[in-house]
Design a binder for this molecule. Structure first.
Ligand code: 8DG
Ligand code: MN
Ligand code: MN
Length: 374
């Protein structure tokens, strides 16, 4: 019998869509979700999308549970957990580990892809190339003069330790507050919001995501370039890559669930000034001689009319975003992306000024940002 699963004997159905589940940060089934995510990542490295999505969705279902899976009966009533997933859960319940996951983790391809893609600016294509060339370590690549690195990758290697060492919430807030002051001096009514994982309540992240807009139409347009030049003058800017807007209002929202958006944006590496001496203790010898840490910061600048959609899109999680779009498409005959929501039955774009508006348009119960850790 199942003692943990309150769903097993009730009529309540867990939805197949993450946007119809509340997923807090705390994941009490991490032993299973970690396993599924490693398998998903391995399929991503193999560019095998079907099974990759299958394991990502299975992991996401378990993340939403408020009870630990202790017996196979606890899986009753849960969607997206096929025989392949059940076999893995069963093995972990019995052994505390899964041989298939261990094999993947020890595989040369997985290890190399994991290592190479951890460098800022390195995607699947480059990882594949370096893997085929037989590289095994960061040092080998760093010291090979024949490799043509992009500017992004060059900085990715130069600050590999700093960037890889996670950003804490207080570090993210320090950067966010500094940037906000700079922007408010330029445009006092600018809206500046910390988004991404930190908005979902995470205590650490791989970068800081900041979204910037202004209620006065077109006033957002000059903010990015002016902010970048001030940060440059303050000698806080190590690297930046500005992508100008390619938004076309004649186009319908993208059908693809993980399409990139067309906002003006900027990928940067900023210097975070270290205040206290004590915080230097935990740093490596290279960074002890300097009083700052290199941090990855992303800026995205939507026009005010698209702000709510951009905020929803950049708050994540990526799984929640994919499921919101899939739900809109398959259950509502609508098309959602980071720019807007189009109702295909009524042939209209649906306006939204808050995330609550968007959930309402989709007929969904509102999820707070910290319930979106799908
Ligand atoms: P993390 O940084 O702590 O690892 O987690 P995260 O904050 O959830 O991940 P992220 O990689 O920083 O992405 C934040 C959200 O931004 C995520 O839901 C996906 C979304 N996003 C877009 N467009 C783009 C884009 O062009 N580049 C990136 N990097 N993220 C984008 O909607
Ligand atoms: Mn982030
Ligand atoms: Mn980001």
């Amino acid at each position: 019998a199942s003692f943990n699963n309150p769903l097993a004997s009730s009529w309540v159905q867990v939805s197949q869509y993450a946007c119809q589940r509340r997923t807090p940060l705390q994941d009490i089934n991490g032993i299973f979700t970690d396993a599924f995510e490693i398998l998903a990542e391995n399929y991503e490295f193999l560019e095998n999308k079907g099974p990759c999505r299958g394991f990502q969705r299975a992991s996401s279902v378990l993340k939403s549970l408020q009870f630990p899976i202790a017996t196979m009966n606890d899986l009753d009533g849960l969607p997206l957990l096929g025989n392949e997933m059940r076999t893995i859960i069963e093995e972990i319940l019995e052994d505390g580990k899964c041989s298939r996951v261990l094999d993947v983790m020890n595989g040369e391809r997985y290890k190399s892809f994991k290592l190479f893609t951890s460098v800022f600016g390195v995607g699947l294509k480059t990882a594949e190339k370096w893997y085929r060339m037989g590289f095994k370590t960061i040092e080998e690549i760093k010291s090979n003069p024949d490799l043509k690195l992009t500017k992004m990758q060059k900085y990715g290697f130069q600050y590999y330790e700093d960037i890889g060492s996670f950003v804490s919430k207080s570090e993210a807030l320090a950067i966010y507050e500094h940037v906000r002051e700079v922007i408010w001096k330029l445009v006092p009514d600018a809206v500046v919001t910390l988004t991404g994982g930190f908005r979902r309540g995470k205590e650490k992240g791989h970068d800081v995501d900041i979204i910037i807009t202004c209620p006065r139409e077109d006033k957002e347009k000059s903010i990015l370039h002016n902010t970048i030049s001030i940060l440059k003058n303050q000698e806080l800017l190590i690297f930046y890559d500005i992508i100008e807007s390619t938004f076309d209002n004649k186009k319908l929202p993208s059908k693809c669930v993980d399409a990139l958006d067309h906002f003006q944006k900027c990928f940067t590496i900023l210097k975070l000034q270290k205040k206290k001496e004590g915080t230097m203790e935990s740093m490596n010898s290279d960074s002890k001689i300097r009083n700052w840490k290199a941090v990855r910061v992303d800026f995205v600048i939507p026009p005010y009319k698209q702000y709510a959609y951009a905020l929803l899109g950049w708050t994540g999680s990526r799984q929640l975003e994919r499921d919101l779009r899939r739900y809109a498409n398959h259950e509502k005959n609508m098309m959602l992306d980071n720019h807007g929501l189009y109702d295909k039955s009524k042939n209209v774009f649906l306006e939204a000024y808050t995330e609550q508006d968007i959930f309402k348009h989709l007929g969904l119960e509102y999820l707070e940002p910290w319930e979106r850790n799908a």
